[in-house]
Design a protein. Structure first.
Length: 471
């Protein structure tokens, strides 16, 4: 879904999520449940709710903000009076996962908080300390000084399937100890726009602002997700909620407690999703997998023998649907661990052993066309290229200082429709290395109007294929 198509609510009481009223307990989508089964389900839901509610807490946070609308007051010597700071309050949820008071929640619930209050289900209150946060997964860990606390047991989110029953428990809209019931609507949701690493569980269990950081549990009461965001045109629940899978949240929490940051595995290569056109070009049986577009020197991928153009289709036997899934699996793998990677290279199947390394820490002129004799339906018609020079690189804010850059694209051209953008630096054309405009022109000139132009481009540090099919 595009951001313009719906409103994504993500934030604490500055925008959070989850919880309403339990639907009719004989209901499961449009499925008709026999009376005896309905009774058993109702009993199980009640037992699960009673089991997990004590482990779900309310988190009240305080942040200091400055009023941007405050008009600066001029002082002598050209100084200005700083806008006054004021307190802003927010509310979210959290889940107790250890008896001595470790609580997992969302980063956006406690980000920049100067004060954190934790309220247990039995109304006991504690001062909370933010141990560490990870904005990339939107996971945070809060600690309270207590003992013998009720806890939620971790479940294995990799075992979830669409249609599984789930309960969302939290404090929506300030209404503590709220339970809602639904199913898993989808798994592996990415591109939601909430965090850098996304592998969300989607659920129709009603969740609303205030439930961020709360528990998503299976029918056995195991913690299989941390409620995080909703997609909604109204700001309230419309049956599209997202939760961080427990396996991702648990790994992030353990790393935050141990090191104060999340230590992630790194593929050492850039990848992109398979599209129908790319699937045909790379002779793939299905439109799935992750295409290797660049291999980093001395990285895990290079040492495993991966090459540009390889398509990773399985990781430890698990089918890879897209590049985001591969990135998440590698990120969650232990450093130094070895994993089998199945890939397709030039239409043939290969296997490689990948040893996981740690991810690096956080880091106009004369116009020329690719072919002066090209017809208007040439794959690269309407694209203006230029050799990259140091001044041009600075002017266009390029991440490289040599090669061939796209400086302009005609509106309505095949290249524009295929996703090519000004600022893209061309590395290859149809698998042939491109270093200068003259090389690009020599490779492009023989192309016929119906030919394919497969460009490998560097877009601000991200290397990807852009296929442009002539007409």
């Amino acid at each position: 879904m595009k951001q313009s198509a719906r409103s994504l609510m993500h934030g604490l009481a500055r925008g959070i999520l989850v919880g309403l009223v339990v639907p009719g307990l004989g209901w499961a989508g449009t499925q008709q449940i026999p009376a005896a089964t309905s009774h058993d389900l109702q009993r199980q839901v009640k037992a699960t709710a009673n089991k997990v509610i004590p482990a779900v807490v309310s988190i009240a946070s305080t942040v200091m903000v400055r009023d941007q609308s405050f008009s600066d007051e001029a002082l002598p010597f050209g100084l200005f009076k700083e806008p006054p700071a004021r307190r802003q309050y927010g509310q979210g949820s959290g889940v107790i996962v250890t008896p001595d008071g470790y609580i997992v929640t969302n980063n956006h619930v406690v980000a920049d908080a100067v004060d954190v209050e934790v309220i247990l289900a039995d109304r006991r209150q504690y001062k909370g300390k933010v141990v560490a946060t990870d904005p990339k997964t939107d996971v945070a860990v809060v600690k309270i000084h207590a003992s013998n606390l009720p806890t939620a047991a971790w479940g294995d989110s990799s075992q979830l399937a669409v249609g599984d029953f789930v309960l969302a428990i939290g404090n929506p809209l300030g209404l503590s100890r709220t339970v809602t019931f639904g199913i898993v609507s989808a798994v592996g949701r990415a591109d939601v726009g909430v965090a850098d690493f996304e592998d969300f569980i989607q659920t129709d269990a009603p969740i609303n602002p205030g439930n961020s950081g709360g528990a998503l549990v299976n029918i056995q009461g195991e913690l299989i997700g941390i409620n995080t965001a909703i997609a909604s045109p109204t700001g309230g629940s419309v049956g599209v909620g997202f939760a961080i899978p427990s396996n991702m949240a648990r790994a992030a929490m353990q790393s935050l407690i141990k090191t104060g940051r999340v230590v992630r595995g790194f593929l050492g290569a850039s990848t992109q999703d398979v599209t129908p056109p790319l699937g045909k070009i790379f002779h793939l049986p299905d439109v799935k997998g992750a295409i290797v577009t660049d291999v980093h020197a001395k990285g895990s991928a290079e040492r495993a023998g991966l090459k540009r153009g390889d398509v990773v289709v399985r990781f430890d036997g698990r089918e890879i649907m897209d590049s985001g899934q591969l990135r998440n699996l590698v990120a969650q793998a232990s450093l130094g661990s070895k994993h089998r990677v199945d890939l397709i290279r030039e239409g043939k199947q290969y296997q490689a052993d990948l040893v996981i390394q740690e991810a690096p820490r956080e880091r106009p002129k004369k116009s020329q066309t690719a072919s002066s004799t090209a017809s208007t339906v040439h794959p690269l018609a309407g694209v203006v290229f230029d050799d990259v020079t140091a001044p041009l690189a600075r002017q266009m804010d390029l991440s490289v200082n040599n090669g061939v850059v796209v400086t302009d694209i005609e509106e309505g051209s095949l290249a524009e429709a295929s996703g090519l953008q000004p600022g893209d630096v061309v590395l290859e054309l149809n698998r042939q290395h491109v270093t200068t405009f003259s090389v690009l022109q020599r490779v492009a000139e023989p192309l016929k109007p119906t030919d394919l132009a497969l460009l490998l481009v560097n877009r601000q540090g991200n290397v990807m294929y852009v296929p442009i099919q002539g007409e």
